[in-house]
Design a protein. Structure first.
Length: 216
């Protein structure tokens, strides 16, 4: 069953390829919301709940070929179900805003557009675990693949198995996110993540103000 009718808070997601700056922009947005008196929770996928964090380790560690795309999709939706039932839905029911670094669009882009799993199969998996639940707003941070991978390699924490996939994978991934944005214009806003971090932050705030009609 979908939870859209039950929630009182708002659900915002950040999406994009590797090194797009999602974590930084998410943190800055949550801080801005909280400063404005909005109770906001930062979370991430895969992860965001104890069981989901365990699954995250399986997904991001090891060799790129450790899992095929179908196996990845099944692991992703298992983690997402735990994330929804443990973290996202309870927070929204309390009236909190939830801001997540990745959600279902990443599955559609990584395992679908770049991995080759059929869109209708991924949509069926999402309906199984989440019904008609979807974000109120999705901010897609877009930048050229080479720059994104270069940024990702410079950050601490080491490479994930997704970062080690080939250039063609990451090009398909970028196009997958842009296709989602073209398909769902009411929900998605594409932001040029190659710009200065402060300019990107202002673009994020502008999108939140315009789409969710809130002062931040």
């Amino acid at each position: 069953m979908g939870r859209k009718a039950l929630r009182r808070g708002r659900f915002i997601t950040f999406e994009g390829g590797e090194g797009a700056g999602k974590s930084t922009q998410l943190r800055r947005l949550v801080e801005k919301l909280q400063a404005g008196g909005i109770s906001a929770l930062a979370t991430r996928e895969p992860g965001g709940a104890p069981g989901a964090e365990e699954i995250r380790k399986l997904l991001v560690e090891g060799a790129p070929e450790r899992w095929d795309a179908v196996s990845e999709a099944l692991l992703m939706v298992a983690a997402r179900r735990a994330h929804l039932t443990t973290t996202i839905w309870p927070a929204l029911a309390r009236g909190d805003w939830v801001v997540s670094d990745r959600f279902a669009d990443s599955t559609m882009a990584y395992q679908g557009s770049a991995g080759g799993v059929k869109r209708e199969d991924l949509e069926a998996l999402h309906r199984l675990i989440a019904g008609d639940f979807a974000p109120d707003l999705t901010l897609i941070l877009d930048l050229p693949v080479e720059e994104g991978l270069s940024r990702a390699q410079r950050r601490s924490g080491g490479e994930t198995r997704f970062e080690r996939k080939d250039r063609a994978f990451h090009e398909q991934l970028r196009q997958g996110f842009l296709e989602i944005a073209r398909r769902e214009t009411q929900r998605c806003v594409v932001i040029d993540a190659a710009l200065d971090v402060d300019i990107v932050h202002e673009a994020v705030l502008a999108a939140v103000r315009e789409r969710l009609k809130v002062k931040v």
